[in-house]
Design a protein around this ligand. Structure first.
Ligand code: WTA
Length: 653
């Protein structure tokens, strides 16, 4: 066997990996006692997280659990998130890079903390002048351009919560989120580059605005210059002009209560309507900073890179708030990993001497498929730690990442968490935990999780059950915007345990517990799909499909997909007079893209005369999933219409 083949064979066999010694020696958290400390001193131990921030006034109480499950953290503490992410670093790190932005076309822009401070102040002043007041929700519909984090921090500075809408979402999705949040200010841009092409973003934003209630103030950043399709209209503000009008302005950071809203983030749930997850200033920021410190091992002198999009929670917590709260350099990349070549990420790691990389399993699967020659062509020795998030990672992909990107000398943290949790919840600590590819690890210190059955009783080790979180944590969502009732319905169950009745948080993920206390997350147990690490609601997609004239009924399920993890499979029943043509299929696909965006594009649309239903009339999604996957479908005797299964199977084949 060649050396290479021997190495592969050894990796293949190896089930556990210990943290590399060189990493352990320099790690932020390397004392095993941390778990015990949190256990014995809970909830006060969470002060460790809050102590990473600068407070204007200290909290009176760490946790107020009087009105469960409406927990409050760091009660009566006061702070400003922008002051924590920018101002307090000016003295020590004013000339150091806060953001290193890499555009798709290869240009770079560096913002030192000094420059970031200046931009944030100027834009904060501009926002105020356009009428944004404290607690007004500002929608940011922007791609990965530096104006996005600047705008987020400007909002935080004046106490106006932001609601970032992923730029890949459609006009309809934008309108729905703006209306739901009663948002009357929109910051967007003319467009951005994708694989070298200039994409028109402004037309999409305008189309969405047409459906927004109320009088909206629109601010448009210029990304494309002469490549832009349309000029900025008279009733739209030009970002650069507004900022220029406020050159040198300073805006005193608004004092915010720990429990004041920092931002809203809309995410998919089981019903057709996205949920407005509310995060707070004190608890969320403490949690983002603490997990960045303890799990990503971020230090001020690092050049840290999370390749997510800021339009999702991962980008909020681990491109913007966590890293900047710690005063480090955070890298931000506009484009795709395979443009202009498949080594783009490795080129950036080499050029910027990136020390930590945090990415998604779907990307790692793509790198694997492209082959090791792309990373091999670059010097990646600056890397010290690797992380993944967004979906379960299979051991093969984990090992590939560990070997080909980390050169077997970087710990890999597989971090389980959600939009709602604000930050990481289940993962090994990189200097402490033995790594077990495929298993996220134990809950973080201070986080308490269990695997239970449908009745709330713990299931045996090794058996699959529902993941639940038993204690509150500072980064948790506080409610769903304007909907406390749905917040309780969707996330909380009151379990009667022998000692006491207890509220538990239900993330809607399946998982199993290993003997060593590690948790292997299996995936969603509700009607939410995870496509390339993006969260999509089947109901949202279904309602777009039944909105197409000629469709009588639809069901959407997730099928296994080699690269995307899951892909959208749509089954549609057409009305009698509707021809089931390819053109009609395209019409359905277009409707989904219009309602949500290209990320929700169905992999296949299958026309079927009926959907498999139980005797009580419920669609058997599980069965449709099995059909999509070509799996054995087992017993169908509980169906009202078992014959339909053969029919659909034939069509899928
Ligand atoms: C899934 C993204 C397995 C999970 C931060 C969760 C994961 C959903 C992991 C949340 C992981 C996230 N292992 N599954 N390491 N990380 N998930 O809200 O199903 O976009 O419920 O937050 O992603 O997705 P969301």
């Amino acid at each position: 066997m060649s050396d290479e083949a021997q190495l592969e064979a050894r990796l293949e066999e190896q089930d556990t990996f210990d943290p590399p010694e060189a990493f352990v020696e320099q790690a932020n958290v390397s004392d095993e006692g941390i778990y015990k400390e949190f256990e014995e001193n809970w909830p006060e131990a969470w002060e460790r997280a809050a102590d990473l921030l600068t407070w204007e006034s200290e909290w009176e109480e760490v946790l107020d659990d009087e009105n469960e499950p409406f927990y409050e953290w760091f009660v009566d503490g006061e702070l400003n998130a922008a002051a924590n992410c920018v101002d307090r670093h000016l003295d020590g790190r004013g000339d150091e890079a806060a953001i290193e932005w890499v555009g798709e076309l290869g240009e770079t822009r560096t913002y030192t903390y000094e420059q970031l401070h200046r931009e944030v102040n100027e834009f904060a002043a501009a926002l105020r002048e356009t009428g944004v007041g404290e607690d007004d929700i500002v929608t940011l519909y922007m791609p990965m351009i530096p104006e996005l984090p600047v705008a987020m921090l400007a909002c935080a500075r004046i106490g106006a919560p932001h609601s970032v809408v992923f730029a890949g979402f459609s006009a309809d999705a934008l309108a729905e989120r703006m209306n739901a949040a009663d948002s009357e200010t929109l910051v967007t841009c003319d467009g951005y580059y994708r694989r070298g092409d200039a994409l028109d973003h402004l037309s999409k934003a305008r189309e969405g605005l047409a459906d927004v209630d109320g009088d909206v103030t629109t601010i448009v950043a210029d990304r494309l210059g002469d490549d832009a399709d349309s000029d900025i209209a008279d009733d739209e503000h030009v970002y650069a002009e507004l900022v220029a009008d406020h050159e040198g302005a300073t805006v005193e950071p608004v004092t915010r209560d720990a429990e004041d809203m920092l931002f809203l983030m809309y995410t998919s749930g089981t019903t057709g309507k996205p949920k407005g997850v509310k995060h707070t200033t004190g608890g969320y920021l403490s949690y983002a900073a603490w997990t960045s410190h303890a799990v990503l091992d971020i230090k001020p002198e690092d050049t840290y890179w999370c390749s997510a999009d800021i339009g999702w929670i991962t980008g909020h917590s681990y491109i913007v708030y966590g890293p900047l709260a710690l005063g480090t350099t955070t890298v931000m990349y506009e484009g795709t990993p395979d443009y202009p070549e498949k080594d783009r990420l490795w080129e950036i790691v080499e050029e910027h001497e990136v020390t930590q990389l945090y990415t998604a399993p779907t990307a790692i699967r793509a790198f694997m498929k492209w082959g090791p020659e792309y990373p091999d062509a670059h010097d990646l020795s600056s890397l010290r730690l690797l992380g993944t998030v967004g979906e379960p990672i299979n051991p093969r992909a984990w090992k590939w990442y560990y070997k080909h990107i980390g050169n077997e000398s970087c710990p890999v943290v597989d971090t389980w968490w959600q939009t709602e949790t604000g930050g990481m919840m289940i993962t090994t600590l990189p200097a402490l935990g033995t790594m077990k590819p495929g298993s996220a690890g134990p809950p973080l210190p201070g986080v308490s999780a269990d695997i239970v059955d449908a009745g709330g009783d713990p299931v045996e080790a090794g058996k699959a059950g529902y993941l639940v979180v038993n204690k509150p944590w500072p980064g948790m969502l506080r409610t769903l915007y304007d909907n406390d009732e749905r917040f309780i319905d969707e996330y909380w169950r009151e379990y009667s345990l022998p000692e006491r009745d207890q509220w538990v948080y239900c993330p809607e993920d399946g998982a199993k517990l290993d003997d060593d206390g590690y948790i292997t997350v299996l995936g969603r147990v509700d009607d939410v799909l995870n496509v390339s690490g993006h969260r999509l609601g089947t109901m949202e997609i279904e309602s777009a499909i039944v909105g197409v004239e000629g469709v009588a009924e639809a069901a959407v399920v997730g099928g296994d997909h080699e690269m995307k993890g899951e892909a959208v499979y749509a089954y549609a029943i057409t009305e009698d007079e509707q021809d089931e043509t390819d053109a009609f299929r395209e019409e359905i696909i277009a409707a989904v893209e219009d309602a949500i965006g290209p990320i929700a594009r169905p992999e296949a649309v299958v026309f079927t005369p009926e959907l498999p239903k139980t005797r009580s009339g419920k669609i058997m999604r599980r069965l449709l999933e099995d059909i999509a996957n070509g799996d054995d479908i087992g017993n169908t005797s509980t169906l009202r219409n078992p014959d339909v299964v053969d029919d659909i199977q034939e069509k899928v084949e």
